[in-house]
Design a protein around this ligand. Sequence first.
Ligand SMILES: CC(C)[C@H](C(=O)O)[C@@H](O)C(=O)O
Ligand code: SF4
Length: 473
Amino acid sequence: MVQSGPISLVEKLWNAHKVADLGDDTALLHIDRLFLHERSGGRMLQGVASSGRPVYDPSMVIGTVDHIIDTDPGRTDRTKFPGGPEFIKQFRDGAAAAGVGVFDIDHPYQGIVHVIAPELGIAQPGMTLVCGDSHTCTMGGIGALAWGIGITQGEHVLSTQCLAVKKPRLMRVAFEGALLPGVTAKDMILYLISQYGARGGEGAAIEFCGSAIRDLSCEARMTLCNMAVEFGAWTGVVAPDEKTIAFMRDRPFSPQQDYNQAAEAWWLTLHSDEGAVFDHDIRIDASAIAPQVTWGTSSEQSMGIGGTIPDPGGIIDPVAKASAEKALRYTGVVPGEPIAGLPIEAAFIGSCTNSRIEDLRAAAGILRGRHIAKGVKAICVPGSTPVKRQAEAEGLDRIFVESGFEWREAGCSLCFYAGGDSFGDARRVISSTNRNFENRQGVGVRSHLASPLTVAASAIAGHIADPRDYPVQ
Ligand SMILES: CC(C)[C@H](C(=O)O)[C@@H](O)C(=O)O
Ligand code: SF4
């Protein structure tokens, strides 16, 4: 990375956290916050405990339960996930022994780790944030350098509050122009991945910029950065601006009183300098993006809602061709068939991609005064208990329930089937989540990724539908 002259946002964040140069393009970075969840956090805590080392600073480590817990109303610790109660107990015991706080199942701040961290103001612009979870990059949406780590790296952070990190290559993705109505941040990122491939951003730190990014809310920027990892990237980040400052104000753990002015002034310096150099530049015309929906088993197998299923016969690369054929077999769709109109049996709104309050408001706008199609199993899982409470205060839960959706407790839930939950007999699901891999949402379940608007419209129609055909009423 360039170290003098104009520098990029990512370099500024990098330099502000550099403790030492380790050579070989690697630096020791200070880590501001480590987040733990019960799926990977218990093992990190256990690893450190068995090594006999203390946790360096437990107050910089924050735990929550989200992955394995049930989301049914009235849930208890007796999760449906096989072995789940033991997993949860190991996490709780490890956290208690290390002095690490956990937003547990009945805590008002409980929720999906990437949703609660910014909403509570624990994740802040300019910070380095890590978690044993690939979607940690979500928090780049508020201008933090945030990335997923493995168990061993988590143990290093627990013991030292530092991590050795190889410098990523720098990529800039500019979305210029205005989005069309009915098009969201989810559509932007699916479009990007469909154009450049699921490895298009491999290993990169991506700065998302341009007028269409400035126009997005902070929550939408988080949706976009959430799926940077589905583009193969190390992380994604958006420079903080006045919207970020407004978003951060008065959150339970955001800088208060004397500190907030200094913090805000610093946050506004966190942008790429004019003339900063990037290894790769991509420019996207935002007005060319239609609502997206995936047809295959990779996020790159995505297309505009008006499109038809591609014919793998036209693919020259034999590997890509074989993978498209395999995806078609799994998802049971036919080349040449329009994607809109494909019957669905289930609809899911939730996950760290699209379960924040703005997502629920947007979906409820479409569902209000309408009912989902007969035979569709539809489930809404708010991303956090605070999101759930807020939605209930606004009456959104009533709209979901009256339209035929189940209204759940917060967690990852059917995003990855780890709660041991299922869509019942339903096989084809339209889902606001981020991964459509084989068996991701249940054995044999075919997942079509889309925005919450498209999920809501499709649930009403009983088939994959264009949200623009369902105006807010
Ligand atoms: C269980 C966890 C480690 C995993 C991840 O890293 O992303 C999960 O959140 C997922 O989305 O597949
Ligand atoms: S909501 Fe889904 S993608 Fe996000 S952390 Fe949970 S399991 Fe992973």
